[in-house]
Design a binder for this molecule. Structure first.
Ligand code: 6CS
Length: 315
């Protein structure tokens, strides 16, 4: 059969690399074929999530940042100053985490989805018209965040700014008309979509990582033969391995290209001292996430344990 796979990025972006590796594996190892629908072709990301839950699409690749409105526990990956910036620890975490491998699959099923992977794309970088070094500097600044995540809004409010949730499809226009003063995305994406030419400064705050997920419609997945279920899991495993190796390289190339092609662009890494007030503000956001439901608290507690384990074991 032909299966439909929609995703929130283009074919050469990290989610596209994952989707292509997934498709190639399925097509090489079975008679099934996959048609990939890149971002925009089937509406905005939140539309694609609904289409997958409804079974119109079989597979979905999506930024975790868009999912918190539908699956509140997914805001875990958006919480400020929780994920490490060390990529080895991150990789270890994404592969071995109990939250991802045991708890979230159950939660996804309750929402009509079968979780296949969650993977990192790169550290969040904040691009703005004006430089900032403190929450005070962000006062009154309109910062675009991905829509559908209450935690992203709470985070930028805690950071002193005025968050504006907006779909990716509207962001370029909003930056061009200066409707917003800034946004956050991984460096790979900022470079690929020329966001550096629409802002003046890129700041590494260390507060987060951009992550993506892959999932299937649950009814569709449950209806597959044992053999096809294994095939889909193996394809996801293959695609996950592919993107872990590629994503870090792509993110680093992205930064290199920005530095070379846009030499007047300012690149700032906040010092530990400058990060301190942001970290302090982040504590309230973490507590707010945990207070929203017993399930939120449970996944956050487990994630903290998983991250400790990653810190101890990642080499
Ligand atoms: O900012 C966004 O909305 C987009 N950013 C990335 C890195 N991927 C897709 C997402 O739509």
């Amino acid at each position: 059969a032909e299966w439909k796979y929609a995703m929130g990025e283009g074919e050469s972006d990290p989610q596209g690399i994952y989707a292509t590796a997934f498709k190639d594996y399925i097509e090489e190892n079975s008679r099934h074929t996959i048609k990939i629908y890149p971002v925009g072709s089937l509406g905005e990301e939140t539309d694609m999530l609904e289409q997958t839950r409804a079974g119109i699409l079989q597979f979905l690749g999506q930024s975790t940042g868009y999912m918190g409105g539908t699956i509140p526990e997914m805001d875990l990956f958006t919480l400020p100053y929780v994920m490490p910036t060390d990529t080895k620890q991150l990789d270890y975490f994404f592969k071995n985490s109990k939250v991802i491998n045991e708890m979230l699959p159950e939660i996804f099923r309750e929402h009509g989805l079968e979780l296949l992977s969650i993977f990192p794309e790169g550290e969040m970088a904040v691009t703005t018209l004006e430089p900032f070094h403190s929450p005070e500097d962000l006062k009154g600044k309109k910062m675009r965040v991905m829509p559908g995540s209450p935690i992203l809004v709470e985070t930028y409010e805690a950071f002193g700014a005025s968050p504006v949730p907006m779909s990716w499809g509207d962001l370029i226009g909003a930056l061009k008309t200066k409707m917003v003063d800034g946004q956050e995305n991984p460096t790979v994406w900022i470079e690929a979509y020329d966001l550096d030419n629409l802002t003046n400064v890129l700041t590494y705050t260390g507060h987060g990582h951009f992550n993506a997920s892959a999932s299937a419609n649950k009814k569709f997945f449950d209806g597959l033969s044992t053999r096809d279920k294994k095939l889909v899991r193996a394809a996801a495993e293959h695609a996950h391995q592919t993107i872990l190796e590629e994503a870090q390289k792509l993110d680093a190339y992205g930064l290199g290209r920005i530095v070379r092609t846009n030499p007047s662009y300012k690149i700032v890494t906040l010092t530990e001292e400058e990060r301190a007030p942001f970290k302090k503000a982040a504590e309230a956001v973490q507590a707010s996430f945990a207070s929203k439901s017993a399930s939120n608290k449970k996944v956050l507690d487990q994630m903290m344990k998983d991250l400790k384990e990653a810190e101890a074991n990642a080499k």
